[in-house]
Design a protein around this ligand. Structure first.
Ligand SMILES: [Mn+2]
Length: 327
């Protein structure tokens, strides 16, 4: 903490470069904005793209964002990397000296280092970390709003929140003088109409089957397959597989309802099925994907996803049947 406050004092006298991971999200951009308020002067540098939520926040706050090309050759007193400590996710940091890293992600195999490195894996977001690190009396209405927005977004509306997250939110909401629903409204970015249209079209081709008490749904879409896969869970599927066939490529997006605590991983299913579409797969337990170069095999691969999920569900009980839940 001592080290952080002396770093903050240094930042208040320096021209700082504030940056974050590739494909910046709301947590990343909000923490960069907040930190910029504590610097003498600062430039927020985006490595490549930022997502829709982050863009919305940048517009709302009239932030000036810089590309790497904009700041090429510019000398900064301090370089601060937020919401990231992986070299792979911050390739734009290659060859640059980083003065501070503030992050909440689990350690990567390709960890970056800095003289001041604060990582709290149990924090819901970098914004939550900043809410505790920054001097409370300097957190004004705009800073409080930014931190609260970053926390809500990165904690997936408090799904990954801890008691500390709520403690931070308690004082942030008080400071920004709005209710939780007003905050949600202000941060809300409607899903792109083409994503919604394409997803609804894919639902016209959707198929599903019951496996005991579970529902497996699958379909093929022209684009936005992860949006479609998530939407299938929202309308009642426990497992969803959405395929996309391009001219020379095929992709599958797989999701499992995150409230299920089954010993089944979507990443395993994607890894097993990927060779069918001539590629590789992986990801997380609840969200995974596969891609390859054999679009003609997409249907076959989707059927394999369903078969495999069924098989794994059947294997859950010794007698070979999916356990029936009696209420
Ligand atoms: Mn984050």
């Amino acid at each position: 903490m001592q080290k952080f406050s002396s770093f903050l004092a240094k930042a208040s006298k320096s021209n700082c470069m504030l940056t974050f991971h590739s494909l910046g999200d709301l947590d990343a951009i909000a923490s960069a904005y907040v930190f910029s308020r504590f610097c003498k002067s600062a430039k927020i540098v985006i490595p490549d793209h930022i997502n829709a939520e982050a863009r919305h926040f940048a517009l709302q706050n009239a932030l000036t964002l810089h590309s790497l090309a904009d700041v090429q050759g510019e000398k900064f007193g301090l370089t601060i990397l937020l919401d990231c400590s992986s070299a792979k996710l911050a390739v734009h940091m290659a060859g640059r000296k980083i003065d501070a890293i503030i992050d909440h992600h689990e350690p990567h195999a390709d960890e970056l280092f800095a003289p001041l490195k604060i990582v709290k894996e149990d924090a819901s977001s970098t914004c939550e970390m900043l809410a505790f690190l920054l001097p409370a009396k300097k957190i004004d209405e705009k800073i409080a709003y930014a931190l609260a927005a970053g926390i809500v977004s990165d904690s997936a509306h408090f799904r990954s929140a801890s008691a500390k997250t709520f403690k931070a939110m308690h004082s942030l909401l008080q400071k920004c003088g709005c209710t939780y629903s007003q905050l949600l409204q202000a941060c809300h970015v409607p899903t792109d109409i083409s994503a919604r249209t394409t997803t609804l079209q894919s639902f016209q081709r959707m198929q599903f089957e019951n496996a005991g008490n579970y529902i497996i749904a699958w379909t093929i879409t022209n684009a936005y397959e992860s949006h479609a896969a998530l939407s299938l869970l929202n309308i009642g599927a426990d497992f969803s597989f959405v395929g996309h066939a391009g001219k020379k490529t095929a992709r599958i997006s797989a999701r499992m309802d995150s409230s299920l605590s089954l010993p089944i991983s979507m990443a395993d299913i994607m890894r097993e099925v990927a060779p069918l579409i001539g590629g590789s797969g992986g990801g997380h337990k609840y969200a995974a994907g596969a891609s390859g170069d054999s679009p003609a095999k997409l249907n076959e691969a989707l059927c394999a996803c369903v078969r495999l999920t069924n098989k794994k569900l059947l294997a859950l009980k010794d007698d070979g049947h999916v356990q029936k839940i009696e209420w």
